[in-house]
Design a protein around this ligand. Sequence first.
Ligand code: BGC
Length: 739
Amino acid sequence: MTKVLRKLRCILLFGIAFFLLPTNLQGQNSLYLDDTKFVDDRIEDALSRMTLEEKIAMCHAQSKFSTPGCPRLGIPEIWMSDGPHGVRMEFMWDSWSHADWTNDSCTVYPALTCLAATFNPILSFRYGNALGEEARYRKKDIILGPGVNIYRTPLNGRNFEYLGEDPFLASKMVVPYIQGVQKNGVAACMKHFALNNQDKWRDSINVEASDRALNEIYLPAFKAGVTEGKVWAVMGSYNRFRGQYCSHNNLLVNKILKGDWKFDGVFITDWGSAHNTIEAARNGLDIEMGSWTNGLSWGLSSAYNNYYLAQPFLRKIKSGELSESLLNEKVRRILRLNFRTNMDRNRPYGKKLTPEHKAIALKVAEEGIVLLKNEKQFFPIEKGRYNKIAVIGENAVKKLTQGGGSSELKPQEEISPLQGMIDKYGKDHILFSLGYASGEPNYSNELPSLYNADSLMTAAVETARNADVVILFGGLNKNFQQDCEGDDRKNMNLPFGQDELIVKLLEVNKNLGVVIISGNAVSMPWISKVNGLMQSWYLGSQGGIAAANIISGKVNPSGKLPFSIPKKLEDNGANSFGPIAYPGDGHNEVYKEDILVGYRWFDTKKIKPLFPFGYGLSYTTFVYGKARTDKRTYRPDETVKISFNLTNSGKMDGSEAVQLYVTQKNPTLLRPVKELKGFSKVALKAGETKIVEINLKVSDMAFYNDKISAWTLEQDDYEISIASSSRNIKSANTIKVVL
Ligand code: BGC
């Protein structure tokens, strides 16, 4: 009898599971994902079959990186992984120890600062797609990236995971990244929503910023990711905004994200960023992930049932304090994510570590490196130009895919700059010396270096003395209080005695160039003394090849700075108002510079940066023709069509990221001197001319008027400038907007 019952139960369950399956698996060919009604019906059906406990279980973690789904109904677990530069190694079920699998290495793509520096949205799509393929292959349903918090201060430990200081650039780069990832049936999870512009005190700091700064600076990239990129998941941030934690912030989540932008995906906590069951339930939090009961601190193991959205939530529903409809709304969103990812039977199978993945990692790295200074034609260093090239600096050999916090990765291959240089020039032509050294990366401590600093410096000076040219690979690294999660840098200086090292090297060899590898601006007291300077980034698996290709001239540099490099820290907006503006007083932080972030500050306050936003040299030269607009007067719903000739007047093929800035002539509120509103990456053969066309939506020239809480476009004259950087305008036109 029990056997028969069991059989019957089996048939029944199979029937239910079959009914829940997408129709194409039932033998029909249907693009069911495009059929919202179909998916909505399935969601309602599943929801109606779930118990209260099953629904609650879907709203919180069951392990460090997964939620349980609903096994009884055949609804799969959801698996997540960091993000944003590759698919992270596996972890133990309930501890922060690496699982030490042998098949969880990945392609490491360049850091997002590098991607932003390419000014190339097509590359961003290919990057997202490659990452999505690897995530899918590794059976991940959500990749925890991209990060789109605005670069507000060069001290923020996590700027390397973000897309720079400009909301327009970040918006244009984030949309294709998301589309590329999600093409693979893997959700991108845009993070950290919102105002997480520093890691110091991130768990508690309360940010006060105006509506204008919010709308014009800190939200646009998130908004583009939702409304244009159609992102399927968003992660809340640790900090508070206007007194309420961002992971259950009524204004940010209910009103803006889910209300105004109509986000229909899943809103997830950062790990351990929920603080309160009632707020989490009411203010739009769908999934709570974390570490132990209260998130960040150490505690019980397997404490998932104690999460705010676990038993406490269940109890409050049972007691009537919270309504079950709040829970249903969360589960609907989670089920929709299932349909979009692991219940989409049409999604591709994914791939990992393919030659195409390598190629895209290399291409992004090459296009992102920024040439900042090139005197006496220091670069390119063609093969054969020098007999002895001294490569000095720890960053020539340090594993920069490790450390940094949650973005750490386990690369299948990581080609160091030293290896890249040896492969390029031959080992007989390369002399190497470490020059300086740091300790091993560690999340919460600076570990001491194992080497004696004086001996390293002496050895490096000897190496430089014997060389024809010196290249120092320095900068920051992924150690605690460098470019690393959990805290910020203490100052803008180069660490580990590098400034002194550069001076000492120059004393014996003036033919010296510096390659800064970092995700943040560093101060450069030696800048006038070095002949060559490149801003490089955490370049990922193929970094050494990319660096050597640029240095040798095999590839012409075409990256542009996605952030301004100030001469000194206090020149930067957020750092010029004292501690209350950054890093705060321990409780609160006021964004006093308001909308004047990055070049908006430098331009408006007439402060000269060391290197401006959008700046970057090439080995060739570009001549900009006079810009034309298709007419002179426009209405708000029209598009300005700007065109101009661009000629590569040098001897080498190359690409130029041309930029379009807008200035309103007589605004009724303060507006920045100029704002980026368009760009295009143009590839030109030596001697070639192309007509470049950039479209500018007139509505994109509006500002957020916080007096009336609305985007406002004023009838006025607007100057449209074509530029090679925010400080190098090539041609300007004035147009009129009439309402
Ligand atoms: C980070 C997130 C990350 C999460 C999971 C947190 O500490 O802030 O960016 O996705 O950990 O590793």
